[in-house]
Design a binder for this molecule. Structure first.
Ligand SMILES: [Zn+2]
Length: 488
């Protein structure tokens, strides 16, 4: 008789400092599937669920059932009703029959409006239903993990790369160990060790720098006898949780003391590199001055990562724009962007050439700065549709909704109907902007922006401005993460 494997997924990275909650519709729009419909969606993708489909194809002795699979882009806390609905679907599925093994694809840095550790609750519920059935879980490299979570699972593994290009590899590893567990071939015992500080991810790439060194050390331990798995998680700085901060997680075959010892060693190596994970960035005014003083024909770019939508930004913080107005640069300037669907609609009604009294930013919240009230001329209106021409998600069809471009004191300002990072040159071409003619390009973006714009710019300078995902943790009012982790 075939063995039965249940699979479910809840993948979400929550920014506690974003004022916009994430509801069920946002999951339904991004990734929401269960049952056989999951197979064509995930087959041949470099994702956890792609690895599940490959496992099912290559292991006919297992019958694989997809329960609720849900994922959404990073954003504010998940509404408690959305979490309850997803959890309910998963638990109903698990209750339906007896399983021989269960695999969960989680993120590890999810938060809800009312619960800073929902994944701990979910794992407790799952364990209560499945009893001693083997349970394996995968986590994102930015997971915020607590010891209580790891005690509930038989095996866990996390991404080893950032940018994350090994999602399928880690899921394949989890499924392999689960297969061995179900056949009584291994006895994984896990341990974690925490690093006593929250790190931001600005300098957390695994291609170079301190995290690359840590990843190499973890790889060394994985090759040692008796070690089944070793992952070092950087954590997600803006997920305010009692489990915040980096984590070393190790699974050994039957030897808990060994797992504990190696986890402590890796956490100590991470802690020893703390100062290299902490960056100091210039203020917007300093970044503008440096950009303007940098010689070259191509534009200089300033990124405001604190309001990057892919980190939970809201397209709404005004500080960099205000600094640009104050600087009065003697060069053609472009600002991308503010998220304001009503202002776009007003510009459409008024038409190209009209002058409007507008308020840029501070619309969603004034906690990161008050709106900039100013008179602006409508320069262009678009449907917000283009295809990426740069290397990041190359040739992907993007739709940011209707947009309007304004002119304010010589600065071209793009306003959009949806909140998406301007990561591709085609975003600007859509608005009739010839980047070769731009002197200073200011964007709400972070690392992915560099892929398309490094060849087109003379410099890319990050600045430190208030926003939901900034470099200075002192700006944030943590309620759940212990003060010793972020006050320094
Ligand atoms: Zn991540």
């Amino acid at each position: 008789m075939k063995k039965k494997l249940a699979v479910a997924r809840l993948w979400y990275e929550g920014n506690s400092f974003s004022p916009i909650a994430t509801d069920l519709d946002i999951f339904k729009a991004r990734e929401w599937v269960e049952g056989d419909a999951a197979v064509p969606l995930y087959r041949d993708t470099a994702t956890e669920m792609g690895a599940v489909v490959a496992f099912a194809d290559s292991h006919p002795e297992w019958e694989v059932t997809f329960l609720r699979c849900a994922a959404a882009p990073p954003g504010g806390p998940v509404t408690d009703s959305a979490f309850a609905a997803i959890r309910g679907d998963m638990l109903d599925g698990l209750q339906r029959q007896k399983w021989d093994a269960v695999y969960l694809s989680l993120h590890g840095a999810m938060i809800t409006c009312g619960n800073p550790t929902p994944e701990l609750d979910l794992l407790q519920d799952v364990r209560a239903i499945i009893g001693k059935t083997p349970l394996a879980v995968t986590f994102d490299l930015h997971a915020n993990l607590g010891a209580g979570m790891i005690e509930l699972v038989d095996f866990a593994v996390g991404y080893k790369t950032y940018p994350h290009i090994d999602m399928d590899v880690v899921a394949a590893r989890a499924l392999d160990v689960l297969d061995n567990l179900a056949h009584g071939k291994v006895k994984p015992v896990g341990a974690i060790a925490k690093v006593p500080a929250i790190y931001t991810s600005f300098n957390m790439r695994t291609t170079d720098g301190p995290m690359a060194e840590i990843a190499k050390l973890a790889a060394h331990w994985r090759s040692e006898p008796g070690i089944l798995e070793a992952t070092v998680f950087g954590g997600f700085a803006y997920g305010d949780s009692p489990f915040a901060g980096p984590t070393a997680m190790v699974f050994a075959d039957g030897d808990r003391m060994l797992a504990q010892r190696v986890a402590k060693t890796l956490a100590a190596e991470m802690a020893a590199r703390q100062d290299r994970f902490e960056l100091k960035l210039p203020s917007p005014a300093e970044a503008i001055a440096t950009a303007l003083a940098t010689p070259g024909d191509k534009p200089a770019a300033i990124t405001d990562p604190a309001d990057n939508p892919l980190s939970g930004g809201i397209g709404d913080t005004p500080t960099l724009f205000r600094a640009l107005l104050d600087a009065k640069p003697d060069a053609p300037c472009v600002f991308g962007f503010f998220w304001d669907p009503e202002l776009v609609a007003e510009a459409q009604r008024a038409g190209i050439g009209a002058t409007l009294d507008v308020a840029f930013g501070g619309r969603v919240t004034t906690s990161f700065g008050k709106p900039v009230r100013i008179s602006a001329k409508v320069l262009a209106l678009t449907d917000g549709k283009f295809r990426n021409v740069g290397p990041f998600e190359h040739n992907f069809a993007v739709d940011v909704g209707n947009t309007a471009m304004f002119e304010v004191e010589g600065i071209k300002v793009i306003v959009t109907s949806s909140c998406q990072t301007p990561n591709d040159p085609a975003y600007f071409t859509l608005h009739g902007i010839d980047l070769a003619q731009v002197g200073l390009l200011c964007v709400k973006a972070k690392n992915h922006f560099r892929a398309g714009f490094t060849p087109l710019t003379r410099a890319i300078i990050e600045c430190d401005a208030p926003g939901p995902a900034g470099v200075s943790l002192a700006h944030y009012n943590f309620k759940h993460a212990p003060a010793t982790l972020h006050r320094r």
